[in-house]
Design a protein around this ligand. Sequence first.
Ligand SMILES: [Zn+2]
Length: 319
Amino acid sequence: MTTTLGTASAGPGEIDTGRLEVGETRDGSPVGLPVAVVNGASSGNTLYMQAASDGDELNGVGVIQRVVPRLDPAEISGTILIVGIVNYHAFQVAEHRNPIDDTKMNRAYPGNETGTSSERIAAATFDAATRADLILDLHQGSTSQMLDEVRVRCGKRHRLHDQCLELAKAFGCGYVLDQKGPDGQLARTGPDEGVPTIDPELGGAVGWDEASIQKGVEGVFNVLRYYGFLEGEQSLEPQTRASGFEQYGAPAGGLVTLEKDLGDRVRPGETLFEVTTPFGESKAEVTADSSGIFWRARRLPQVATGEYVCSVGTDIGKY
Ligand SMILES: [Zn+2]
Protein backbone atom coordinates (compact mmCIF):
# COMPACT_ATOMS: atom_id res chain seq x y z
CA MET A 1 0.00 0.00 0.00
CA THR A 2 1.28 3.46 -0.86
CA THR A 3 2.10 5.72 2.07
CA THR A 4 1.93 9.48 1.71
CA LEU A 5 3.16 12.40 3.79
CA GLY A 6 2.72 15.79 2.10
CA THR A 7 4.03 15.39 -1.44
CA ALA A 8 6.19 12.37 -0.51
CA SER A 9 4.62 9.11 -1.61
CA ALA A 10 6.21 5.66 -1.43
CA GLY A 11 4.94 2.17 -2.28
CA PRO A 12 6.24 -0.93 -0.46
CA GLY A 13 10.03 -1.13 -0.74
CA GLU A 14 10.30 2.53 -1.75
CA ILE A 15 11.52 5.76 -0.21
CA ASP A 16 10.43 9.25 -1.24
CA THR A 17 10.99 12.81 -0.07
CA GLY A 18 8.80 15.85 -0.51
CA ARG A 19 7.23 18.80 1.26
CA LEU A 20 4.45 19.14 3.78
CA GLU A 21 2.80 22.50 3.08
CA VAL A 22 1.81 24.59 6.09
CA GLY A 23 0.66 28.03 4.88
CA GLU A 24 2.79 30.69 3.22
CA THR A 25 5.70 32.97 4.07
CA ARG A 26 5.36 36.76 4.15
CA ASP A 27 6.09 37.01 0.41
CA GLY A 28 3.44 34.42 -0.39
CA SER A 29 5.81 31.51 -1.06
CA PRO A 30 4.60 28.15 0.21
CA VAL A 31 6.02 26.96 3.54
CA GLY A 32 6.94 23.35 2.86
CA LEU A 33 8.49 21.33 5.65
CA PRO A 34 10.97 18.76 4.22
CA VAL A 35 9.52 15.28 4.72
CA ALA A 36 10.49 11.70 3.91
CA VAL A 37 8.55 8.45 3.78
CA VAL A 38 10.33 5.12 4.05
CA ASN A 39 7.89 2.34 3.16
CA GLY A 40 9.35 -1.04 4.09
CA ALA A 41 9.03 -4.02 1.78
CA SER A 42 7.37 -5.94 4.64
CA SER A 43 4.56 -4.78 6.89
CA GLY A 44 5.14 -3.77 10.52
CA ASN A 45 4.99 -0.83 12.91
CA THR A 46 5.09 2.86 11.98
CA LEU A 47 7.74 5.17 13.44
CA TYR A 48 7.47 8.96 13.27
CA MET A 49 10.45 11.18 13.89
CA GLN A 50 11.02 14.90 13.63
CA ALA A 51 13.84 17.39 14.18
CA ALA A 52 14.34 21.13 14.71
CA SER A 53 11.10 21.72 16.59
CA ASP A 54 13.32 24.36 18.19
CA GLY A 55 14.94 26.20 15.28
CA ASP A 56 18.45 26.38 16.75
CA GLU A 57 18.58 22.65 17.62
CA LEU A 58 20.38 21.18 14.64
CA ASN A 59 21.78 17.90 16.04
CA GLY A 60 18.47 16.15 15.26
CA VAL A 61 18.69 17.34 11.65
CA GLY A 62 22.21 15.86 11.63
CA VAL A 63 20.82 12.55 12.90
CA ILE A 64 18.14 12.36 10.19
CA GLN A 65 20.63 13.38 7.52
CA ARG A 66 22.91 10.50 8.53
CA VAL A 67 20.17 7.89 9.17
CA VAL A 68 18.10 8.21 5.99
CA PRO A 69 20.88 7.35 3.47
CA ARG A 70 21.57 4.18 5.51
CA LEU A 71 17.96 2.95 5.32
CA ASP A 72 17.24 0.31 2.69
CA PRO A 73 13.43 -0.06 2.31
CA ALA A 74 13.98 -3.62 1.05
CA GLU A 75 15.28 -4.56 4.52
CA ILE A 76 12.63 -2.71 6.52
CA SER A 77 9.43 -4.06 8.03
CA GLY A 78 6.99 -1.21 8.60
CA THR A 79 6.99 2.47 7.78
CA ILE A 80 9.06 5.47 8.85
CA LEU A 81 7.57 8.98 8.57
CA ILE A 82 10.03 11.87 8.95
CA VAL A 83 9.74 15.64 9.20
CA GLY A 84 13.31 16.87 8.84
CA ILE A 85 12.76 20.49 9.92
CA VAL A 86 9.67 21.40 11.95
CA ASN A 87 10.21 24.99 13.01
CA TYR A 88 10.56 26.35 9.47
CA HIS A 89 10.70 30.07 10.28
CA ALA A 90 13.04 29.73 13.30
CA PHE A 91 15.39 27.48 11.32
CA GLN A 92 15.71 30.12 8.57
CA VAL A 93 17.10 32.63 11.06
CA ALA A 94 18.84 30.16 13.44
CA GLU A 95 16.64 31.05 16.38
CA HIS A 96 14.95 28.91 19.02
CA ARG A 97 11.42 30.28 18.71
CA ASN A 98 9.26 30.86 15.66
CA PRO A 99 9.84 34.58 14.87
CA ILE A 100 6.42 34.89 13.19
CA ASP A 101 4.57 34.52 16.50
CA ASP A 102 7.45 34.43 19.05
CA THR A 103 6.31 30.99 20.20
CA LYS A 104 8.19 27.90 21.31
CA MET A 105 6.93 25.09 19.07
CA ASN A 106 7.12 22.52 21.85
CA ARG A 107 4.45 24.39 23.82
CA ALA A 108 2.02 24.49 20.88
CA TYR A 109 1.05 20.80 20.53
CA PRO A 110 -1.41 19.41 19.55
CA GLY A 111 -1.78 22.64 17.56
CA ASN A 112 -4.66 24.17 15.67
CA GLU A 113 -4.96 24.06 11.89
CA THR A 114 -6.65 27.48 11.79
CA GLY A 115 -4.48 29.04 14.54
CA THR A 116 -1.18 30.89 14.73
CA SER A 117 1.86 30.00 12.62
CA SER A 118 3.26 27.68 15.31
CA GLU A 119 -0.14 26.12 16.03
CA ARG A 120 -0.61 25.33 12.33
CA ILE A 121 2.81 23.67 12.06
CA ALA A 122 2.15 21.78 15.30
CA ALA A 123 -1.22 20.59 13.97
CA ALA A 124 0.25 19.41 10.65
CA THR A 125 3.14 17.54 12.28
CA PHE A 126 0.90 16.16 15.07
CA ASP A 127 -1.38 14.77 12.38
CA ALA A 128 1.58 12.88 10.90
CA ALA A 129 2.97 11.85 14.30
CA THR A 130 -0.27 10.30 15.53
CA ARG A 131 -0.42 8.03 12.46
CA ALA A 132 2.54 6.23 14.04
CA ASP A 133 3.01 3.61 16.79
CA LEU A 134 6.10 5.36 18.17
CA ILE A 135 7.27 9.00 18.17
CA LEU A 136 10.82 10.39 18.42
CA ASP A 137 10.98 14.19 18.82
CA LEU A 138 14.69 14.99 18.41
CA HIS A 139 15.83 17.91 20.58
CA GLN A 140 18.94 19.09 22.39
CA GLY A 141 19.75 21.40 25.28
CA SER A 142 19.64 24.25 22.80
CA THR A 143 23.02 26.07 22.71
CA SER A 144 23.88 25.29 26.36
CA GLN A 145 26.12 22.38 27.41
CA MET A 146 24.12 19.26 28.24
CA LEU A 147 24.39 15.49 28.62
CA ASP A 148 23.02 13.25 25.90
CA GLU A 149 19.76 12.12 27.47
CA VAL A 150 16.20 11.10 26.68
CA ARG A 151 13.16 12.76 28.22
CA VAL A 152 9.97 10.97 29.19
CA ARG A 153 7.45 13.76 29.66
CA CYS A 154 4.06 12.07 30.10
CA GLY A 155 4.34 11.83 33.90
CA LYS A 156 4.47 8.79 36.14
CA ARG A 157 0.71 8.39 36.44
CA HIS A 158 0.11 8.29 32.69
CA ARG A 159 -1.16 4.99 31.32
CA LEU A 160 1.64 5.01 28.70
CA HIS A 161 4.43 5.80 31.19
CA ASP A 162 5.90 2.28 31.08
CA GLN A 163 5.81 2.20 27.28
CA CYS A 164 7.52 5.60 27.06
CA LEU A 165 10.19 4.43 29.52
CA GLU A 166 10.71 1.31 27.43
CA LEU A 167 11.13 3.40 24.28
CA ALA A 168 13.65 5.62 26.13
CA LYS A 169 15.55 2.53 27.24
CA ALA A 170 15.54 1.16 23.69
CA PHE A 171 16.96 4.46 22.38
CA GLY A 172 19.68 3.94 24.98
CA CYS A 173 21.51 7.24 25.49
CA GLY A 174 22.46 6.18 29.02
CA TYR A 175 20.57 8.97 30.83
CA VAL A 176 16.81 9.46 31.11
CA LEU A 177 14.96 12.42 32.60
CA ASP A 178 11.59 11.08 33.74
CA GLN A 179 9.55 14.11 34.73
CA LYS A 180 6.15 15.39 33.58
CA GLY A 181 6.69 18.20 31.08
CA PRO A 182 4.82 21.45 30.51
CA ASP A 183 1.57 21.62 28.54
CA GLY A 184 1.96 21.69 24.77
CA GLN A 185 4.89 19.31 24.46
CA LEU A 186 4.70 16.63 21.77
CA ALA A 187 6.11 14.18 24.35
CA ARG A 188 2.95 14.82 26.41
CA THR A 189 0.31 15.08 23.72
CA GLY A 190 1.60 12.03 21.82
CA PRO A 191 1.00 9.68 24.79
CA ASP A 192 -2.40 11.33 25.38
CA GLU A 193 -3.31 10.07 21.89
CA GLY A 194 -2.03 6.60 22.79
CA VAL A 195 1.38 6.84 21.06
CA PRO A 196 4.52 6.22 23.16
CA THR A 197 6.69 9.32 22.68
CA ILE A 198 10.19 10.33 23.77
CA ASP A 199 12.16 13.50 23.47
CA PRO A 200 15.82 12.59 22.95
CA GLU A 201 17.95 15.56 24.05
CA LEU A 202 21.16 15.20 22.08
CA GLY A 203 23.72 17.28 23.96
CA GLY A 204 23.81 21.00 23.42
CA ALA A 205 25.73 22.92 20.78
CA VAL A 206 25.94 25.91 18.52
CA GLY A 207 25.59 24.18 15.16
CA TRP A 208 26.45 20.48 15.01
CA ASP A 209 28.10 18.31 17.66
CA GLU A 210 29.24 15.12 15.93
CA ALA A 211 29.49 13.04 19.15
CA SER A 212 25.88 13.82 20.11
CA ILE A 213 24.71 13.26 16.52
CA GLN A 214 26.32 9.80 16.58
CA LYS A 215 24.52 9.00 19.86
CA GLY A 216 21.29 9.95 18.14
CA VAL A 217 22.04 7.85 15.05
CA GLU A 218 22.75 4.83 17.28
CA GLY A 219 19.57 5.56 19.23
CA VAL A 220 17.41 5.55 16.09
CA PHE A 221 18.93 2.26 14.88
CA ASN A 222 18.53 0.76 18.37
CA VAL A 223 14.83 1.64 18.21
CA LEU A 224 14.49 0.27 14.66
CA ARG A 225 15.96 -3.08 15.74
CA TYR A 226 14.17 -3.30 19.10
CA TYR A 227 10.73 -2.70 17.56
CA GLY A 228 11.31 -5.02 14.61
CA PHE A 229 11.75 -2.51 11.76
CA LEU A 230 15.18 -4.02 11.15
CA GLU A 231 16.45 -7.53 11.75
CA GLY A 232 18.89 -8.17 14.54
CA GLU A 233 18.81 -8.56 18.30
CA GLN A 234 18.67 -5.36 20.33
CA SER A 235 19.23 -5.82 24.03
CA LEU A 236 18.16 -3.20 26.57
CA GLU A 237 20.89 -1.62 28.69
CA PRO A 238 20.21 -0.18 32.16
CA GLN A 239 19.68 3.59 32.06
CA THR A 240 20.49 6.16 34.73
CA ARG A 241 17.22 7.89 35.51
CA ALA A 242 16.68 11.29 37.12
CA SER A 243 13.15 12.10 38.31
CA GLY A 244 13.89 15.61 39.55
CA PHE A 245 15.67 18.59 38.03
CA GLU A 246 17.04 21.46 40.11
CA GLN A 247 18.06 24.70 38.41
CA TYR A 248 20.60 27.11 39.87
CA GLY A 249 20.85 30.80 39.10
CA ALA A 250 23.55 33.36 39.81
CA PRO A 251 23.21 35.15 43.19
CA ALA A 252 25.33 38.03 41.83
CA GLY A 253 26.42 39.42 38.49
CA GLY A 254 29.86 38.57 37.10
CA LEU A 255 31.70 35.68 35.50
CA VAL A 256 30.90 32.05 36.23
CA THR A 257 33.47 29.31 36.74
CA LEU A 258 31.90 25.85 36.81
CA GLU A 259 33.38 23.47 39.38
CA LYS A 260 31.75 20.32 37.93
CA ASP A 261 31.77 18.59 34.57
CA LEU A 262 28.68 17.19 32.84
CA GLY A 263 27.93 13.73 34.26
CA ASP A 264 29.74 14.35 37.58
CA ARG A 265 28.10 13.10 40.75
CA VAL A 266 27.08 15.96 43.02
CA ARG A 267 26.60 15.84 46.82
CA PRO A 268 24.76 18.39 48.98
CA GLY A 269 27.07 21.23 50.00
CA GLU A 270 29.55 20.69 47.17
CA THR A 271 30.41 23.77 45.14
CA LEU A 272 28.76 23.90 41.71
CA PHE A 273 30.14 27.24 40.54
CA GLU A 274 31.76 30.48 41.61
CA VAL A 275 30.94 34.02 40.44
CA THR A 276 33.89 36.42 40.21
CA THR A 277 34.45 40.04 39.23
CA PRO A 278 36.37 40.96 36.07
CA PHE A 279 39.39 41.33 38.40
CA GLY A 280 39.16 37.78 39.75
CA GLU A 281 37.66 38.64 43.14
CA SER A 282 35.19 36.06 44.40
CA LYS A 283 31.62 37.33 44.76
CA ALA A 284 29.70 34.14 45.48
CA GLU A 285 30.02 30.37 45.61
CA VAL A 286 26.92 28.30 44.96
CA THR A 287 26.62 24.80 46.45
CA ALA A 288 24.30 21.92 45.64
CA ASP A 289 21.09 21.55 47.67
CA SER A 290 20.64 17.88 46.81
CA SER A 291 22.64 14.93 45.59
CA GLY A 292 22.42 14.14 41.91
CA ILE A 293 24.20 14.42 38.56
CA PHE A 294 25.57 17.62 37.00
CA TRP A 295 23.27 17.69 33.97
CA ARG A 296 23.31 20.99 32.12
CA ALA A 297 25.14 24.34 32.22
CA ARG A 298 25.21 27.66 30.42
CA ARG A 299 27.80 28.08 27.69
CA LEU A 300 28.79 31.72 28.17
CA PRO A 301 30.45 32.73 31.48
CA GLN A 302 28.94 36.18 31.95
CA VAL A 303 25.79 36.33 34.11
CA ALA A 304 23.45 38.91 35.62
CA THR A 305 21.91 38.39 39.05
CA GLY A 306 19.32 35.62 38.84
CA GLU A 307 20.43 34.40 35.44
CA TYR A 308 20.45 30.64 34.77
CA VAL A 309 23.76 28.87 35.40
CA CYS A 310 23.27 25.10 35.69
CA SER A 311 20.97 22.17 36.46
CA VAL A 312 21.38 19.05 38.57
CA GLY A 313 19.36 15.91 37.87
CA THR A 314 18.12 14.53 41.19
CA ASP A 315 16.32 11.44 42.57
CA ILE A 316 18.76 9.28 40.67
CA GLY A 317 18.16 5.59 40.08
CA LYS A 318 18.73 2.85 37.50
CA TYR A 319 16.08 1.04 35.54
ZN1 LIG B 1 14.27 21.64 22.10
